[in-house]
Design a binder for this molecule. Structure first.
Ligand code: SF4
Length: 380
């Protein structure tokens, strides 16, 4: 069973990854925070009972997605371990993205593991304390993050390190890749800035620089002991296909255990699937769904187009039928270069960035240099 088993019909009916922002509360004020987090929870944050109802509803997707409990800082939510246990009881797999605060202790990770968390997502945005701490807005964040990685290692928890590429750290891709090679992580997830929230426009790298970063990522994907995936840069798939590679496969013989035995969603997210040359591209609203802390439903955390609100609206119904979700799953309807592009079904561009830059989520990905017809894929 693999991600490549998902037909277009499956994608139209089930997300692979379901992001639930359990709270917007967080003690940090990171520069590129999507959520523009606040110190205290919002008064209209979904209650414990509402959150459980949401998880119950997510479990009714015929192919259950993986739940990513995110924030803010999910550890700021007092009932987070109970929610994890509830999700697991509904046979949902759960990932958690704790912030680097004093709450992210060995004991908290242990509790998360005991509650059933399958994977931790930990943010690291620089190869040294100076760069990372400047991003995060406080001194000591880098050291604390390395401590979190060590705790996860001691607990044998699978870790995905999330890095946001901006002007401030684009020169450190290789240094970060080397640093991560010593951390026994399963996956390096490289996010490319979408200018929303605190992710301001001037920190975005130039389109040509994406190609240079892709080159380095492709090199590290083939040589490092972890898998590499990109977020909000689906044109990495085009880059890899142009070089005859498989954009979803990890390096030969790489073992992503302990997540290796996971379901479709987990394995997809771990980037270990592949072997087929024409995978369906996953993107905002197409395999991905996001519910905010007060129940707002979006196609992705970086695409602030509200498509409903839980519990008034059903997440299943919105995913399948909302006009925005449907349009995002139809690359033939994209505008400009992306609509004409041979790679549109496997790539399709970042719909979130198109929206952030142009105001239209169906417009051309602003940060891709590819010109349709230039280098058509051999077998898409
Ligand atoms: S033009 Fe659009 S669909 Fe084509 S490779 Fe670039 S981002 Fe992807």
């Amino acid at each position: 069973m693999s991600h490549t088993d998902y037909s277009r019909t499956d994608f139209g009916r089930n997300p692979l990854m379901f992001y639930y922002e359990v709270t917007m509360a967080c003690d940090l004020v990171c520069k590129h925070c999507r959520a523009s987090a606040q110190e205290n929870p919002h008064p209209e944050e979904l209650t414990h009972e509402q959150s459980k109802m949401l998880l119950d509803q997510v479990a009714t997707f015929p192919r259950r997605p993986m739940i990513v409990m995110t924030g803010g800082d999910p550890l700021k939510r007092a009932d987070v371990f109970e929610l994890i246990r509830h999700a697991v009881a509904q046979r949902l797999q759960v990932a958690l993205t704790p912030s680097a605060t004093p709450l992210a202790t060995f004991e908290a990770f242990q509790q998360a593991r005991e509650a059933g968390v399958r994977r931790l997502g930990i943010s690291l945005d620089g190869a040294d304390a100076q760069t990372h701490d400047a991003f995060r807005g406080w001194e000591g964040s880098f050291e604390r993050t390395l401590g979190m990685l060590e705790n996860a290692r001691r607990l044998k928890m699978a870790v995905q390190v999330n890095t946001t590429v901006t002007r401030r750290n684009v020169h450190q891709i290789d240094a970060m890749a080397e640093l991560l090679a010593k951390q026994e992580i399963a996956m390096w997830a490289v996010f490319f800035l979408v200018p929303v929230g605190r992710g301001v426009e001037e920190e975005r790298i130039r389109p040509q620089e994406y190609e240079e970063v892709f080159e380095r990522l492709w090199h590290h994907a083939q040589t490092k002991p972890y898998s590499v995936k990109t977020t909000e840069a689906p044109h990495y798939r085009r880059f890899v296909l142009q070089r005859g590679g498989d954009p979803l496969a990890g390096p030969q013989g790489k073992d992503d255990s302990p997540a290796q035995s996971g379901t479709d969603a987990e394995r997809w997210s771990m980037g270990t699937l592949g072997g087929h040359r024409a995978p369906l591209g996953v993107g905002d609203g197409k395999g991905i769904m996001f519910v905010g802390h007060t129940g707002e439903i979006y196609p992705a955390g970086f695409l602030p187009l509200k498509c409903g609100r839980f519990p008034d609206d059903s997440v299943v119904d919105v995913y399948r039928n909302h006009a925005t979700f449907r349009a995002l799953r139809d690359p033939d309807g994209f505008k400009g270069r992306c609509g004409l592009c041979e790679y549109r079904h496997v790539c399709g561009g970042s719909r979130a960035r198109a929206y952030a830059v142009t105001g239209d989520p169906l417009e051309t990905e602003p940060d891709c240099i590819y010109v349709p017809g230039q280098d058509p894929p051999p077998e898409l």
